[in-house]
Ligand binder design. Structure first.
Ligand code: ADE
Length: 256
């Protein structure tokens, strides 16, 4: 996949592509990236990229001229083009998986109050928000989106790790409905030492009893989802084993 990101502050993004798993994905040619400084397409000597909003209102808007030229140069006509904005549709695992199948992605990072609507009308395929809060710019949001997407490209990380994590079986995620039906949050995990700061790893995890471990993990997934994201359980479709465990949890009154 080739990812092009248009930004007024591309230096925020460069470290992300030069570190860790992303760095390896780039070296292995699974990901190619291009960071475009929108200011390079400004036409005046001050490299101006923003102006006041027609009709009044606080703040400045990114000018359509430089951004449009940057998009043309990046080949926006041939790539899925996404504008990062708090007024877009919410990013979730299903959308990340959908985007991960694209050969080319272009992301536009907004600054100031946003971008001119004519740029959206002419170039943008999707407007995407990473959550119901307002960031000072789209760069951090773009990194979140790219991170959620590139790791789903075959070969970037192991299929086993993907299948086991939270949301791998989320509703609307056509790739894998998971053994547990709809999406659940991930269970707690432990590593050595078995005794840390007087806290012991749950006995079942060192018992070697595979079926019991699976049951414990499912129960902890349910417990966590119930505590933090109860709406995920309300969608239905839970297998009987999960419903039984939920009943067990509800009679436990807080203990594990
Ligand atoms: N830009 C500012 N806030 C944002 C958000 N929540 N999602 C995507 N882009 C943004």
């Amino acid at each position: 996949m080739k990812i092009t990101i248009l930004s007024l502050f591309p230096e925020i993004l460069s470290g992300f592509f030069e570190s860790s798993i992303m760095k390896r994905a780039v070296e292995r040619n699974l990901v190619e990236y291009e960071l475009v400084d929108i200011r390079d397409y400004a036409t005046d000597r001050h490299r101006k990229c923003d102006d006041e909003v027609y009709g009044g209102g606080a703040g400045m808007l990114m000018l359509p001229g430089p951004l449009g030229m940057a998009l043309d140069a990046a080949g926006a006509g041939e790539a899925r083009t996404v504008f990062m904005t708090p007024s877009g549709r919410l990013l979730n695992q299903a959308l990340a998986r959908d985007l991960s199948t694209e050969a080319r992605l272009i992301l536009i990072c907004g600054r100031y109050e946003g971008i001119d609507q004519r740029i959206v009308d002419k170039f943008v395929d999707d407007e995407v928000s990473i959550g119901d809060y307002v960031l000072s710019s789209g760069e951090v949001a773009a990194m979140v989106l790219v991170d959620a997407v590139y790791r789903l490209i075959p070969g970037v990380i192991s299929g086993e790790s993907l299948a086991e994590e939270s949301f791998s079986g989320s509703a609307g995620d056509s790739h894998d409905t998971g053994p547990l039906g709809p999406s659940l949050l991930e269970y707690p995990q432990y590593t050595r030492p078995a005794d840390y700061a007087t806290m012991k790893v749950p006995d079942v995890l060192t018992s070697g009893h595979h079926a019991k471990i699976l049951r414990w993990r499912l129960k902890e997934q349910l417990r966590k989802t119930l505590a933090y994201r109860p709406e995920l359980l309300a969608t239905g479709g839970l297998p009987k084993e999960a419903l039984d465990l939920l009943r067990e949890i509800s009679t436990e009154g807080g203990e594990t």
